[in-house]
Design a protein. Structure first.
Length: 122
């Protein structure tokens, strides 16, 4: 049953991320992003697929850490594959990773600034 609760957690994290309601931050681990909750933090990262179906492809992992920095739980889109639709969690976690990255990197602000500058050069 834990896999179903992890699936629910991933879906809610993704929903709140897309809505812009979670504050993601950079980590020292390249393309990994982290958000905090009282007593816990959640890290979203890419890793190489362990699946023989997709050798070398990206997979997405969610890690939960306690306030002492200890890893409490980890799951990947591959672990959740088959809970609902095949491949659903790859798409959900990929979109969440893209949105978290866009937020952390300030993509919307950059685009708005460039658009404004281009508009003023007409």
């Amino acid at each position: 049953m834990a896999v179903h609760r992890l699936a629910e957690l991933v879906k809610l994290l993704a929903e709140k991320t897309v809505e812009g309601r979670l504050l993601w931050e950079k980590t020292v681990e390249g393309e990994a992003f982290q958000t905090a909750f009282p007593g816990y933090s959640v890290r979203l990262r890419t890793q190489k697929s362990k699946s023989s179906r997709y050798p070398g492809a990206d997979a997405y992992a969610i890690q939960i850490f306690n306030e002492s920095g200890e890893l409490v739980e980890e799951t990947t889109d591959e672990d959740l594959d088959g809970v609902d639709q095949p491949g659903e969690f790859f798409a959900v976690m990929r979109e969440m990773h893209i949105e978290a990255r866009r937020s952390v990197m300030g993509v919307d602000k950059a685009i708005d600034s460039i658009l404004e500058q281009l508009s003023s050069k007409r």
